[in-house]
Design a protein around this ligand. Structure first.
Ligand code: ADP
Ligand code: MG
Length: 351
């Protein structure tokens, strides 16, 4: 404990001081936390009769994030949003956060606080309490691991394996925006004089798409609504991309699916980007990951009630397909009425 990180670029980061500063600046008192940061382990009271939901994510610099296209605060926000989204996809409420961090030699305490500011900005609206973590030095870039603890009423958790033949497939919000935002960030900065391709996209659309990539929204209210009303027979969050995440529902539920490509919810900004680049926006929606929308299935008996309730709640949901027999496989119906196999195009880190 209280080891010292030596750095040639900067003198030192004292682990003890850093943890104390993290505690002071980024954690808050909550009545259910008996002991937060500062002891050997955190202690919380568990509400009787609730199920506990746990999720963890490991993010590696160069693999999951790039400091050339995102600030430390963006990286923290996105990491927290990804974990919050996993809790949302279970129909649960997030409660507690643990953060493990490996800091490279070039890392400063300022970087660390920016990272935490981003993480807590995503968590604060949901009253998630930071209760602990671990800190290490790193010889090769940043490593960030988040563990989120949530609760859900018994038997209300949403799983991937409950889809039934005849169910309808729905998605929240719009899809493809995050990939489009990342593409915008990765493009070389346009020269001011030359009328660049970027100029074809309005500043409003650009900002929307980049915002969707750097500051995604976890659909917690929607997830809880789906579970509390028992609307969804299965659910998953869109982290790898529609086709890849849909495959998980199909395999785990042992069913097939027909997706109506003309029904995919695309934002005006994503459509504008695709038009400016002469791309098919449907491809962006199918292949793009990290939208953190919820993909879920609903029994036909429940659809009317679901759609009525969504309007009342102000939730954006779209029906994009139907669950079929397993042997049907995964198929897409194009806008020309042609059926084709739905290619799995999700992003895999180990390919
Ligand atoms: P130990 O040696 O038992 O692992 P530490 O000195 O690593 O203890 O941690 C002391 C306290 O600080 C613990 O409550 C731990 O959860 C918390 N902590 C350590 N690193 C972090 C971090 N990066 N973020 C939040 N809390 C942390
Ligand atoms: Mg430790």
């Amino acid at each position: 404990m209280a080891s010292v990180f030596r750095s040639k670029a900067r003198p030192t980061i004292h682990e003890f001081d850093l943890i104390r500063a993290i505690h002071q600046r980024h954690s808050r008192r909550t009545s259910s936390v008996i002991r937060g940061i500062g002891d050997d382990a955190a202690v919380i009271t568990s509400p009787a009769s609730q199920w506990t939901v746990l999720t963890t994510d490991l993010l590696t610099e160069g693999v999951h994030f790039d400091l050339r296209t995102a600030t430390m605060a963006d990286i923290g926000f996105r990491a927290a949003a990804a974990n919050l989204s996993d809790i949302a996809a279970m129909g649960a409420t997030p409660r507690y956060l643990l953060v493990s961090l490996a800091i490279p030699r070039t890392g400063t305490s300022r970087h660390v606080h920016q990272l935490y500011r981003g993480m807590m900005a995503a968590c604060l609206p949901h009253h998630v309490a930071l209760i602990g973590g671990d800190t290490s030095a790193s010889d090769s870039g940043w490593f960030l691991s988040l563990t989120l603890v949530g609760t859900v009423p018994p038997r209300k958790a949403l799983f991937r394996n409950g889809a039934r033949i005849g169910d309808y497939l729905y998605v929240t919000g719009t899809i493809g925006d995050s990939l489009t935002g990342l593409r915008l960030l990765s493009e070389p900065t346009p020269r001011t004089k030359r009328r660049s391709r970027t100029a074809l996209l309005s500043t409003k659309h650009r900002q929307f798409l980049i915002g969707r990539h750097l500051r995604p929204t976890a659909r917690l209210a929607e997830g809880r609504w789906l579970s509390a009303n028992r609307f969804a027979t299965s659910a998953i969050d869109l982290s790898d991309g529609l086709s890849g995440d849909l495959r998980h529902i199909c395999e785990d539920s042992h069913v097939g699916v027909e997706v109506d490509l003309s029904a995919l919810p695309l934002s005006p900004a994503c459509r504008a980007y695709a038009a400016a680049r002469k791309l098919d926006p449907v491809d962006l929606a199918l292949t793009g990951g990290e939208d953190y929308e919820l993909l879920f299935t609903v029994s036909p008996r429940q659809c009317r009630q679901l759609e009525q309730s969504a309007i009342e709640q102000g939730f954006s949901i779209t029906c994009i397909g139907t669950i079929r027999r397993y042997r049907f496989g995964m198929q897409a119906l194009t806008s020309h009425g042609v059926r084709r196999r739905l290619a799995i195009t999700s992003y895999e880190h180990f390919m």
